[in-house]
Ligand binder design. Structure first.
Ligand SMILES: [Mn+2]
Length: 428
């Protein structure tokens, strides 16, 4: 089912076609002077895909309030439809990452069918043991996988096992585990014992992983626990992933670090250790703001991709999963997600433009200025025409937001989807 009229899309593309051709040709000339074949970069960029978080298509909100927008998805089928729009217009978001129980439904094979109708597949499953569900026997108020009470830990493990089962029915290949476990007061929690309890629970989840699955451990410096968290940083995550085994890896959510932390360096360390699971892309100014990817610090996003492209260039075998994880408070979530997916794609394309041989030479010669200039040259290249051409090739919109707005999809959904209370969302 096409939710945006293809004729509208083609009409928009036709109006800009000549400009895109000219701009692409001009960029090609510029890159050729730097010995870069634009067509090679275009083909590589076309392979980029980032997963849409199902919880991202609804308005997120903050801990203070949530201001719902019109036509919000009411259930997982509506969410898939919105994800289908994003994929139709951008063609760089081929998968969806689900969150259980927010996305619970009665027929998983029906959901899988609905996804493939939209040209979508399922990325990593996300479990939720950071909030209580109605009717739940044991509360997660004082933790889940690391709780002092064995029955509560068992319940949290069982939930994760169910997420794996659901994921298997959907064709997913990974489980992302983030826990809100931690403490708010010095002395509240025995750090080592809490970590041991977490590991014991995580081992039971790990043992249930199918052979071709991976377990992504997501660390977070604080929130909801503000004094300590059980998986606080990449070090704790790395220790846990190492203890679990080769299928356990560390997931980097860009917003889950202290503001001045060098995230690209963490990425490099995890790649070197064979423990990089992938990413939750977003941006932040103060903490886990979950702002749109690259909206505040596009250079940092580029520097992360620079590490990924460098490792691939050097033949490192790794397979990072790319996911967005954002909370949209003041924008139309579909517009934000389309923009963020393109921003990630842009950072990837820019990182492909780095002159690796020259950078190696500058680093070897300790020529700091030349080295940093090489990165800046790639970052400052306006790859817009290249991205437009990639979308054109894939049958996507040259300008996804413009086509989306012209389609009046949101207004149509506002009447097709009466507002409901709840819907699920939040910062994770
Ligand atoms: Mn996250």
């Amino acid at each position: 089912m096409k939710t945006i009229d293809n004729e509208l899309l083609e009409l928009h593309n036709k109006q800009q076609l000549r400009h895109v051709r000219n701009d692409y040709e001009h960029l090609g000339e510029q890159l050729a002077r730097r010995n870069i074949d634009i067509d090679v970069v275009r083909q590589q960029t076309a392979t980029f895909g980032v997963a849409i978080p199902s919880w991202g298509v609804g308005t997120g909100g903050t801990r203070f309030a949530r201001f719902p927008g019109p036509g919000e998805p009411r259930h997982v089928f509506d969410k898939l439809q919105d994800c289908g729009v994003i994929q139709q217009l951008t063609r760089c978001t081929p998968t969806v990452s689900l969150h259980i129980p927010w996305d619970r439904c009665s027929d998983w094979s029906e959901l899988r069918g609905a996804a493939s109708e939209q040209g979508l597949a399922f990325d990593a499953m996300n479990s939720n043991t950071f909030s209580d569900q109605p009717g739940q026997a044991h509360s997660y108020k004082y933790g889940s996988l690391s709780h002092t009470d064995a029955a509560t830990r068992m319940q949290a493990v069982a939930h994760n096992l169910e997420c794996i089962e659901i994921g298997q029915a959907l064709g997913s290949k990974a489980l992302t585990v983030w826990v809100g476990d931690g403490s708010n007061f010095p002395g509240q929690q025995h750090f080592r014992r809490a970590f041991d309890r977490y590991l014991d629970s995580a081992r039971q989840i790990y043992a249930a992983l199918p052979n071709d699955w991976r377990m992504f451990l997501e660390h977070k410096i604080c929130e909801p626990a503000f004094y300590s968290t059980v998986i606080q940083d990449w070090g704790s995550s790395f220790v846990a992933a190492s203890a679990l085994g080769s299928k356990a890896q560390c997931l980097v959510d860009l917003g889950h670090h202290a503001p001045s932390v060098n995230i690209e360096l963490i990425v490099a360390r995890l790649i070197a250790a064979g423990k990089l699971a992938g990413f939750h892309f977003n941006d932040s100014k103060y903490g886990d703001d979950d702002l749109d990817a690259g909206s505040v610090s596009p250079y940092r996003l580029f520097l992360v991709f620079n590490e990924l492209v460098a490792a691939a260039h050097e033949g490192v075998a790794f397979d990072p999963a790319y996911m967005l994880d954002q909370s949209h408070n003041v924008t139309d979530p579909i517009e934000s997600l389309m923009t963020s997916a393109q921003q990630c794609q842009r950072s990837y394309a820019q990182a492909l433009l780095v002159d690796r041989a020259a950078l190696d030479a500058a680093q070897q010669a300790n020529d700091a200025l030349a080295a940093t200039h090489l990165l800046k040259t790639a970052f400052q290249t306006d790859v817009t025409p290249l991205l437009q051409q990639v979308r054109l090739d894939a049958g996507a919109a040259i300008d996804p937001v413009a086509v989306y707005r012209a389609s009046a999809y949101r207004a149509r959904m506002a009447s097709a989807r009466p507002a409901v209370v709840g819907g699920g969302g939040g910062i994770v």
